[in-house]
Design a protein around this ligand. Structure first.
Ligand SMILES: [Fe+2]
Ligand SMILES: [Fe+2]
Length: 547
């Protein structure tokens, strides 16, 4: 079912059932000779010394390109007589010198696409007659069926009891293999070099992916690499962590800078005045956002689900594995808050909704932090919509924030990324905080970049707030992840599933992010260093003349 557009019905059937077939006389003898002379005229340019090698292991980029261009351009038109709508990912030579060490152990080539949807073809065309002496060609029939995923640091074991078929194609014959098929060859015991050309073909509409693990223990990532992946990087596959290799994964086309100053932004508010205020302060407060009935309804929903979390003095209802309660809270809070918020916000949709609860306990404070980035912030802003269900005093441990800090500490936030205000220290930030004293029914909407926290609840009632996290409808959902906490070199960007936050009780678990990732980007990490002096001057300049 995966083999599409193979014109010859018999060939198509063999590929599907056995995983390979041989087309005799695929190349004419003059074509064989022309491929051979092209290779041998450049053999010294390759610089590869191994007893068996492919031209694509050469460290010389001009050599790799010259060979790839030649082989692809010569072979593709011939291949097109047999296959429709395939794209060529790479053309290369395979050379096995005479001697003892040139055997290729049984292996499968890398997965290069979602193999539940598509499969690729490998064309292997000997330019020398293949015989027992020069190593033969070995295939494990049907091993393409149910093949596990392969990639960098992903080497599923090859079954021990393999049924190997040894074949001896002539020069110019083509072995057509499913990309998942196990294949091998022995060393070349003849006196002559053994040469073949190869072509890697994938269906035109197959998305080219690379499956990648940083090491054997980390989560697997599926990276959307594009059609030039093998051309650009496969030569270096033995060194998957080399910088050059990782550069292939860099796709900064959509997020070239998180600090895109001056770049036009997607508006947050429909109203120009509110938008201006939101941009300057990093938050807005609106009075009378919720009516009395809605407040008491939400409060009863809270009471019904009050034990969604029982072991914390401060929590959001998301930090629970009680799926039904979380779902009910999510649904009810969204129903009340989202249509009201959408009256003000410009094309925003909810991400998830929770209750934020602060019990009257001595450890009920919430440390200063910035909320995670989860969109491309060079263009989009995400907003927290926060409604207390009771009127607050300074004693309730209200939300505290630093006005304007969203602009000064504008950076990526996410898993293992240290706080951008680390250099100043949370203690030293306290004098710059403003208490958000709201009445029941008011709403506070803040930019997720703003530095905020809250103090201890010193009253005798629990402080309950209904909260919904909103992001622009057109924004893609991303999560940002530092490659290490201690010594950050890169920020990796993942695209998790849409229900990521609601499906997990602690989104902080990095392996969850990795496993749900569809692809990742790598950025050089630019640490922002803001000093307390800069902060204080900034606040003076921006806000000293205002209220
Ligand atoms: Fe191979
Ligand atoms: Fe927060």
């Amino acid at each position: 079912m995966n083999v599409i557009n193979v014109k010859d019905a018999d060939l198509a059937e063999k590929l599907e059932t056995k995983g390979y077939d041989v087309i005799h006389g695929f190349l004419k003898s003059e074509e064989v000779e022309s491929f051979k002379s092209f290779f041998f005229a450049r053999i010294d340019d390759s610089g590869v010394e191994a007893p068996f090698f492919t031209s694509h292991w050469s460290s010389s980029q001009p050599y790799r390109k010259e060979v790839d261009d030649f082989v692809s351009n010569q072979l593709l038109p011939v291949a097109n007589q047999w296959f429709d709508d395939y794209k060529c990912l790479l053309g290369y030579y395979l050379f096995k010198k005479p001697g003892k060490n040139g055997q290729v152990t049984p292996h499968r080539d890398w997965s290069l696409t979602d193999e539940s949807r598509h499969t690729g073809l490998i064309l292997w065309i000997p330019l020398t007659d293949i015989n027992e002496e020069n190593g033969g060609f070995e295939l494990a029939e049907k091993s393409h069926i149910d093949a596990p995923i392969r990639g960098t640091n992903i080497h599923p074991p090859i079954p021990e009891e393999l049924h190997i078929t040894k074949i001896f194609p002539k020069a110019g014959d083509a072995v057509i293999m499913d990309n998942r098929l196990i294949h091998a060859s022995q060393s070349n015991q003849s006196n002559e070099g053994r040469l073949a050309v190869g072509l890697i073909l994938f269906p035109e509409d197959a998305q080219i992916l690379h499956y990648f693990k940083k090491d054997e223990r980390t989560g697997r990532r599926t990276i959307k690499v594009g059609d030039n992946f093998l051309r650009n990087s496969f030569y270096d596959y033995k060194n998957p962590l080399s910088t050059e290799h990782l550069n292939v994964f860099t796709d900064t086309s959509e997020m070239h800078s998180m600090f895109g100053k001056g770049k036009k932004k997607h508006p947050t508010f429909k109203d120009v005045k509110l938008q201006e205020r939101f941009e300057k302060f990093g938050y807005v407060i609106l009075k009378g956002f919720l009516d009395k009935e809605t407040i008491s309804h939400l409060y009863s929903v809270y009471q019904e689900n009050a034990n969604v979390v029982t072991d914390k003095s401060f929590f959001i209802s998301q930090w629970s594995n009680k799926r039904e309660m979380k779902d009910q809270i999510n649904k009810e809070v969204q129903k009340a808050l989202v249509p009201r918020a959408q009256k003000y916000l410009f094309n925003y949709d909810p991400v998830f909704a929770v209750f934020g609860v602060k019990h009257p306990k001595p450890d009920s404070d919430m440390y200063l932090h910035q909320d995670w980035s989860h969109v491309d912030e060079t263009y989009f802003r995400t907003v927290n919509v926060w409604c207390p269900l009771l009127s607050l005093t300074a004693k309730h441990g209200p939300v505290q924030l630093i006005k304007g800090s969203h602009r000064l500490f504008d950076t990526w936030r996410g898993v293992d990324i240290p706080d951008s205000f680390l250099g100043i220290g949370a203690e030293n930030l306290k004098p710059y905080l403003t208490d958000m004293i709201l009445e029941a029914g008011d709403v506070l909407m803040w930019d997720h970049r703003i530095i905020h926290g809250s103090g201890i609840n010193q009253t005798d009632t629990s402080r309950v707030a209904a909260i919904v996290n909103m992001r622009p409808r057109d924004a893609k959902f991303y999560l940002f992840y530092a490659d290490s906490y201690e010594d950050i070199k890169e920020i990796e960007v993942f695209e998790p599933s849409a229900d990521f936050f609601t499906a997990n009780d602690s989104a902080n678990e990095p392996s969850l992010v990795k496993e749900s990732a569809l692809f990742c980007h790598h950025f050089p990490y630019e640490k922002l260093t803001v000093t307390e002096k800069q902060l204080s001057e900034f606040l003076d300049e921006e806000f000293s003349n205002l209220e």
